[in-house]
Ligand binder design. Sequence first.
Ligand code: SF4
Length: 366
Amino acid sequence: MRLTFPHMGNMYIPLKGMLEYLGADVVVPPPTSKKTLTLGIKHAAEFACMPLKLNLGNFIEARELGADTVVMAGGCGPCRFGYYAQIEHAILQDIGYDMQLIVLEPPEKHISEFIVKVRQIAGTKSWWQVVQAIRFGYQKARAVDLVEVASFKARPRELVPGATDRAYKQVLALINDADSPAELKVIQEEALQIMAGVVQEYNRPALRIALIGEIYTLLEPFSNHSLERRLGQLGVEVDRSIYLSEWVNDHLFMGLIKGMRSKDEARAAADPYLRHFVGGHGQETVGSAVNYARAGYDGLIQVFPFTCMPEIVAKSILPGVSEDLDIPVLTLIMDEQSGEAGLMTRLEAFVDLLARRKETREAVNR
Ligand code: SF4
């Protein structure tokens, strides 16, 4: 069994770490690219949301590298994610790629099914080894998140253009190569030192913008046109409403690790505006907007794929949050037609607006 999975930003690092710790044979799909998208568009329905098309492209590219089994997360609720895996599998079969499918349903809803599928992947490994592998995957996710946050802080203040990107690429490769928890611990320290070594003008002021929205589009730079990097280069310190380790803590560990942001916290903050689950991360998007506004952020950017139902609901609510809590919101809807030039124009205009707004406020308060 040669396993593959969606590349989805840096998710491949913890997932590969976890599966290889279990002794699985893993084929990581090549980084998501125009070729991936072209393959997805060719075989998926036009109205399917972009993550489905990119997943499909990932699986086809991985199949060409020898993968024979797809591992996908399952879902439940009002959006289309619940049948993503099955649709992708059916398309693969239709085009002649006979791949096995293992769907990991959310353990909080389908624990017995989840256990059966984990056993299928783990083979003869003991449950203790499975727990250790999941723990190792989580540790890798945490290491990746810490260096991402370091890159968000360094990029708008770097003295040598591109220095943050180079350091970031280097540390991701180090984390990816770590083979054991002990080695990872040492590498995480080294990685954070490399990030701290990016020469910066520490007191350079930077606008703070939070990215909120649909998880795939937030985590996969190809699908959001490297929004975090572009904003950093415009002098903006970004934060994101979802990090991998938070997702793992929420959905696999049932929030057992304390001191991290959680979906429950975001949903509670959404309460005055949206009191029920609308699928995906729609409710968390609204709650995160509230939390970031209260934390004094200068602006919010909501990002999601064209036709994403939960985020369309959130989008209709965000103007109210923006008005009540006095925070500007820009919404970016991504699909295969999104162009870089148009995106840059909107980003530059939004950043310019926020900078002037901040200057005016500071002048009034002086
Ligand atoms: S959350 Fe949005 S993008 Fe993801 S499956 Fe649901 S509708 Fe599609």
